[in-house]
Design a binder for this molecule. Structure first.
Ligand code: ARG
Length: 265
């Protein structure tokens, strides 16, 4: 099944502030390298037959490349983002406008939430992260607007500040995740919900290997996450490694650069 993604070219990408432990403004980042790597990710999606739409990047919003944070789109409805840090504040309205201009029903959120960074959608349920960015009250707001059950999960390790840095859906029913990124209670919830999950270790998590995008058959994943790639192959998935090392300097990987637009169903 081809997917529909929204991406944002990192034309204004820099690391000039630090809002997560991956970011070191004094070390900077190379924008040209970031653009090249991002083009590689976009090409990988297109080769798999997925549709990629683009939103115009905005000068002065260096993290806007991380489109996953811009909204949550389920059943054709768009739940807008409201960023935790002021540096990213204007991204929320910019993404919401993109959808509103195209006729999508949108909700401007009352509560802090960072879109698909903290909301991951499966067939029957939406998994939602809290602890660092997204306010748990936003989980309820999203559930009410989308009419889907939302399950709250608590993140405890600041390196894995968004749910999508610690977990990704393999398909509509199963996930891969790094257990230690979650509170004990949330680990138990994940064990109960996904007895057959792929469990990742620290080495793969530390290269943002869990920040991957699966279409149920192909998994686009950071090239450095080698053990996790082997396990995915063992389970029958096609693995498409990508190099996004420059964007990792801002704390992002393939999934962070990718907002999925889910149509009505
Ligand atoms: N520098 C960005 C931030 O800290 C990175 C966002 C990564 N996006 C994601 N979906 N995890 O907000």
């Amino acid at each position: 099944m081809p997917k529909h993604f929204l991406m944002c070219r990192p034309d204004y990408f820099t690391v000039e502030y630090a809002i997560n432990p991956w970011m070191h403004p004094e070390a900077g980042a190379d924008r040209d390298v970031a653009v090249r790597q991002w083009e590689g990710l976009k090409a990988a999606y297109e080769e798999l037959g997925h549709r990629v739409d683009l939103i115009d990047p905005i000068d002065g919003l260096p993290d806007m490349v991380f489109a996953a944070n811009g909204a949550l789109v389920v059943g054709g409805r768009v739940y807008g983002a409201r960023f935790a840090f002021p540096q990213r504040g204007p991204e929320g309205p910019a993404y919401l406008r993109w959808f509103a201009e195209r006729g999508y029903p949108v909700l401007e959120p009352a509560h802090v939430n960072e879109g698909e960074g903290d909301f991951l959608t499966l067939d029957e349920v939406v998994l939602a992260g809290t602890g660092f960015r997204t306010d748990v009250v936003a989980h309820k707001e999203a559930q009410e607007f989308l009419g889907r059950p939302v399950v709250s999960l608590t993140l405890v390790d600041p390196r894995f500040y968004h749910l999508d840095t610690a977990l990704f859906p393999l398909d509509g029913r199963n996930v891969a995740y790094y257990p230690q990124a979650f509170s004990p209670g949330s680990q138990e919830v994940l064990r109960r919900m996904f007895p057959d999950a792929v469990l990742a270790g620290a080495e793969d998590a530390e290269v943002l290997g869990l920040n991957a995008v699966s279409d149920g058959r192909n998994v686009v994943i950071n090239a450095e996450a080698s053990t996790l790639q082997l396990e995915l192959k063992r389970r029958g998935y096609e693995v498409i490694p990508v190099d996004l090392s420059e964007l990792r300097k801002a704390g992002g990987g393939p999934k962070c650069c990718t907002l999925e637009i889910r149509g009505e169903n």
